[in-house]
Write a protein that binds this ligand. Structure first.
Ligand code: NAD
Ligand code: WQD
Length: 341
């Protein structure tokens, strides 16, 4: 089967995507510098699939090493590019590190695509490009709004870099997936999310709080203009998200794109408030979530969820896994890594 290069393939979303690729019999080469993941993730992937993907410890910002990858593995047919730094708050403290890591890695890959006549790229973008949209659910045609963080800005600039490069090189092909809020873990609990330090995202904080590692969950604001006052997001199961990458790669390989650069919203099409997440987690797991309401978190948007019609129709993909099963999988993973019963 075709060889697919997965940068950031030992990370959270990358590892779940590698599992789906291997199960579809693709040959997978992971390139990751392990800056935010561990080599044990490859063992988890192998436990699930029975196949060990190739693994190369490479910084995608090092152009010569990226070239060497393409010399070593001939005939890579597509790249799925996950490798990036992703912590919004950290990006405010360390903007240059974020711009360098997230943009140089992308530019190196685009250069190598030209050089090795390797036409396909699937890029990890984010709903953060929409900011607070004027209309909900948000479609792919909504305007990109000025980013509130250097991290978000790297995604906007990356999309522009891809667009400009593909205009100049119509033989290249790319597709950006704008993820909403990925959560949950593989149902086997052999892989999942491994946040470093105190989790900033809601669901990892909830699972660690319930595991007794953190204090109470702080709910950031209940005075938003939403039915229960808490902010609304579109939480998508990471396995559903991983599967979107398979159809994206297959669309590129089959030459089915409508133009050589396309973008799609990857969400469930349904918004959930913070309090709904807490209630659904409690229902799905039988565990109690202790929480308190505190002030809003600066920079948070009030509400956003995806219009997924375009992705559903064009990609023939939709998110299937329920929020309850997703939150149960997040808890099963937390219990597994903390060795809880
Ligand atoms: P992650 O940190 O778990 O995975 C990223 C992986 O990339 C890590 O394994 C890290 O070691 C690796 N990496 C980083 N820089 C690298 C470099 N220069 N060279 C090689 N490897 C490098 O993050 P994730 O949540 O799996 O996110 C994957 C992608 O999806 C990122 O581009 C992220 O911005 C994007 N995204 C994530 C979310 C989310 O909420 N998790 C939402 C939207 C978009
Ligand atoms: C979700 C909701 C919080 C933690 C971030 C990035 C975005 C994208 C996804 C990559 C919000 C509330 C959270 C907590 C809380 N990543 N919350 N208490 O902010 O939608 O998006 O991750 O591209 O770019 O900004 O996700 O999980 O941090 O927050 O009340 O301890 O949960 O206020 O309403 P967010 P999140």
């Amino acid at each position: 089967m075709e060889k697919i290069l997965v940068t950031g393939g030992t990370g959270y979303i990358g590892s779940h995507t590698v599992v789906e690729l291997l199960q579809k019999k693709y040959t997978v080469i992971i390139a990751d510098n392990l800056s935010n993941s561990t080599i044990e993730v490859v063992d988890g992937i192998e436990k699930i699939t029975g196949i060990r993907p190739y693994f190369e410890q490479v910084d995608i910002c090092e152009k010569e090493k990226v070239n060497a990858l393409f010399e070593k593995y001939k005939d890579i047919k597509a790249i799925i590019h996950f490798a990036a730094f992703k912590a919004v708050g950290e990006s405010v403290e360390m903007p240059l590190e974020y711009y360098q890591n997230n943009l140089i890695s992308l530019m190196n890959l685009l250069e190598v695509m030209k050089k090795y006549n390797q036409p396909g790229l699937v890029f990890s973008s984010s709903c953060t490009v929409y900011g607070q949209p004027d209309h909900l659910p948000v479609t792919e045609n909504a305007p990109v709004k000025k980013s509130l963080s250097p991290y978000g800005n790297t995604k906007q600039i990356a999309e522009e870099i891809i667009e400009d490069t593909l205009k100049a090189h119509p033989d290249l092909k790319a597709l950006s997936l704008r993820y909403f809020n990925p959560i949950g873990a593989h149902p086997s609990a052999f892989i999942g999310e491994l946040p470093k330090g105190v989790p900033l995202n809601l669901v990892p904080f909830v699972t660690q709080a319930v595991a007794g590692i953190r204090g109470k969950l702080k709910v950031f604001g209940n005075d938003y203009n939403t039915p229960d006052g808490t902010a609304i997001r579109d939480y998508i199961n990471v396995v559903d998200l991983a599967r979107a990458h398979i159809v994206a790669v297959e669309r590129i390989l089959a030459g089915k794109q409508k133009s050589n650069y396309e973008m799609f919203n990857i969400g469930t099409g349904r918004g959930s408030s913070v309090l709904e997440i807490i209630q659904t987690f409690e229902k799905a797991t039988g565990e109690k979530v202790d929480y308190e309401i505190v002030d809003r978190r600066p920079g948070d948007v009030e509400q956003v969820w995806a219009d997924t019609k375009y992705a559903n129709k064009e990609l023939g993909w939709k998110a299937d896994i329920s929020l309850e099963d997703t939150l149960a999988s997040a808890w099963a993973w937390e219990k597994k890594i903390r060795k809880l019963k």
